[in-house]
Design a protein around this ligand. Structure first.
Ligand SMILES: [Zn+2]
Length: 120
């Protein structure tokens, strides 16, 4: 296993993620932008991220908590006070709740999300 971490995104900056691969081309080939969005190869950029290499060995992807510390943001996966998906952008400064790799606003969204799961 010589996988390295790459930050892969489209030239439009709308599909950022960390992808592991031996080479830059592997990372692009395994990216969401290439596989799910069907973007052409030339629309995708991959930049080395050595600080995340250690997670390739664990094979679990980079934990959200680590990415948050690295300056990333995630949309809240919880339910807001109106009963809708919250989708608020959360950064490390918001000190969000992270459960099963879902990111939630501190205060309410996670609890409402779990209540809804329980009803199903
Ligand atoms: Zn929320």
């Amino acid at each position: 296993m010589n996988d390295k971490a790459y930050y892969v995104d489209t030239v439009y900056g709308d599909k950022g993620e960390i992808v592991f691969g031996e080479k830059r081309s592997d990372a692009i080939y395994h990216s969401e932008a290439y596989n799910e969005d069907g973007r052409s190869w030339t629309d995708i950029r991959a930049v080395r991220q050595p600080k995340y290499d250690q997670f390739a060995i664990e094979g679990s992807g980079v934990p959200k908590s680590v990415l948050l510390q690295g300056g990333w943001w995630f949309e809240c996966s919880g339910i807001n006070e109106d009963g809708r998906r919250c989708c608020k952008r959360l950064t490390a400064e918001d000190d969000p709740v992270i459960e099963n790799e879902g990111v939630y606003c501190r205060g309410g969204c996670y609890g409402r999300h779990m209540d809804k799961q329980a009803v199903k």
